[in-house]
Write a protein that binds this ligand. Structure first.
Ligand code: IMP
Ligand code: MG
Length: 186
């Protein structure tokens, strides 16, 4: 028989990543955000738009932390050219929304707000589709790196200028599976 009890959370799975925000801290903050957003939207239908790929883990947890009677979900895929830790500033849509957002109250779910280039591109493109309202939630915010003067309506954690991985975030498509947010050692 295999052991079915939950394994203790390993906080140091890979030596090249240093833990910045533990899985427990993330879980606590995501619960708070879920409750806050549910409260703010309690009288309105809500369409969550997850931004692939980075936000998929956050979105999955946020969704289950919400207590809302009329919630629907869609995904948008974007990629910024370049595969390392340097954003090229060019945004490419890899997957469009499946459904129209015209007349809907929309909350865009992002993994990280860095220079703001992706965020600015996305929110401008989505506003052109005439939603009733458009707000944004980002798990992480690196305010010191802004090129575009943008701000999210809900922020999980404000972090210093370091390249982070885990909990959906990647470096060259790796490390997305880590249950915590970590800093990649150079
Ligand atoms: P921005 O356009 O510079 O705001 O960056 C947006 C995208 O770059 C994010 O959605 C991430 O996919 C990626 N990104 C920015 N900073 C980091 C980081 O520290 N770790 C992993 N991905 C990042
Ligand atoms: Mg992203």
């Amino acid at each position: 028989m295999s052991n079915t009890s939950a394994a203790p959370r390993q906080e140091n799975r890979t030596p090249e990543v240093e833990v910045l925000i533990s899985a427990d801290r993330i879980a606590a903050r995501v619960r708070e955000l879920g409750a806050e957003i549910s409260r703010d939207y309690r009288h309105r239908s809500l369409r969550l738009v997850g931004v692939l790929k980075g936000a998929f883990v956050f979105l999955a947890d946020l969704l289950r932390a919400m207590d809302h009677p009329d919630l629907t979900l869609d995904f948008l895929g974007v990629a910024t050219y370049g595969s390392g830790s340097q954003t090229s500033g060019e945004v490419r849509v890899t997957k469009d929304l499946d459904q129209s957002i015209e007349g809907l109250d929309v909350l865009v779910v992002e993994d990280i707000l860095d220079t703001g280039v992706t965020f600015h591109y996305l929110t401008t493109a989505l506003r052109n589709r005439k939603p009733a309202s458009l707000q944004t939630v980002t798990l992480l915010d690196k305010p010191s790196r802004r090129i575009r003067p943008v701000q999210a309506d809900y922020v999980g954690f404000s972090i210093p200028d370091a390249f982070v991985v885990g909990y959906g975030l990647d470096f060259a498509q790796r490390y997305r599976e880590l249950p915590y947010i970590g800093v990649l050692k150079t």
